[in-house]
Unconditional design. Structure first.
Length: 317
């Protein structure tokens, strides 16, 4: 009779020991140690929130799952990626902005509206037959050396019309180089382009040339920019120091992103120094207008006489 209670007591004692062992095991090293030594708990336990007080501002910003912080991290990450890409492109091209977006069609079909154009400084990637001291190969020299860009001989250059930095830059092909006082209409101009125009029909500061420089033309335009009638950018002979870069290659349609933002934001991404400028007309786009620069800071806008381009800067055709 006395053995029964003894066994029962022993069983109870064993149960008590078992329970105690389970409780001790919760804090044992094999189970991860005391709960207050770790910021993160496993199993069904809750994760201890990251706080500025406990973790510091930097760690909190990098680890917090707050929606506002997540959004800010995404924005900063995107900006950082764009900045890195911009710096790489700048390192390769030597020009800022290194990209321009074509806004109008005076360089059709070799550059189309909405194309994004990568631009390099004049002294980089110099082709055979470049004009001494400029790094630019003209169409005239390119025909002799076999150098081509954008499906035609010679370089396509970005320049400030009349050297005016307040106006949208132009992106057109350099046709030939003229010396100061040269009557280039009679010595070098293509009769199929110039028609019956003589030097006397052009501004006397342009022909004979008031200074040495390039004669330029949009591929889709009917006449040289310097003639001042019909299509063209309405500029005098382009001095080499007015040339800010050379077009290297195009990325189709990508410039439309920059152009769309520019229209939606009214130029706030890269405000122009003045109102929009009327570019010279071309057969493809009579009376086309141009608007200011692209990825704010990385692209810009360029215009072509009768056409135009926007950069991630700003250029006209």
């Amino acid at each position: 009779m006395s053995g029964g209670p003894t066994d029962t007591s022993s069983g109870s004692s064993d149960d008590g020991v078992s329970d105690g062992t389970a409780q001790d095991g919760a804090d044992s090293p094999s189970r991860g140690g005391p709960s207050n030594t770790s910021r993160t708990k496993s199993g069904d336990e809750e994760t201890v929130p990251v706080t500025i007080e406990d973790d510091g501002v930097v760690r909190w910003f990098l680890r917090s799952d707050d929606e506002n912080v997540l959004f800010a991290r995404d924005v900063l990450s995107s900006v950082a990626v764009v900045a890195v890409i911009g710096l790489i492109l700048f390192g390769v091209s030597g020009v800022w902005p290194p990209l321009v977006a074509v806004e109008s069609p005076s360089m059709d079909p070799n550059m189309k509206t909405g194309d994004l154009i990568f631009v390099a400084e004049n002294e980089r990637f110099v082709g055979d037959g470049s004009v001494a001291g400029t790094g630019v190969v003209t169409l005239e020299n390119g025909q002799e050396s076999g150098y081509e860009k954008f499906n035609n001989s010679g370089d396509v250059i970005v320049f400030q019309p009349n050297g005016n930095e307040q106006k949208t830059p132009i992106i057109h092909r350099a046709h030939f180089w003229v010396e100061e006082d040269e009557n280039w209409v009679e010595t070098k101009a293509d009769e199929d382009i110039i028609g019956g125009i003589t030097c006397a029909d052009i501004d006397n500061e342009i022909c004979p040339a008031d200074h040495a420089g390039f004669i330029t033309k949009g591929d889709a335009n009917s006449n040289y920019d310097q003639v001042g009638r019909g299509s063209g950018a309405k500029t005098t002979v382009v001095k080499s120091e007015w040339v800010t870069g050379k077009a290297m290659f195009r990325i189709p349609w990508l410039g439309n992103i920059r152009l769309t933002f520019d229209k939606l934001l009214g130029g706030m991404l890269a405000p122009s120094p003045g109102p929009a400028i009327d570019s010279a007309s071309s057969p493809a786009a009579p009376g086309a207008t141009v608007s200011p620069p692209g990825l704010a800071g990385v692209t810009g806008l360029a215009a072509c006489g009768g056409g135009a381009v926007t950069a991630i800067g700003r250029r006209r055709n």
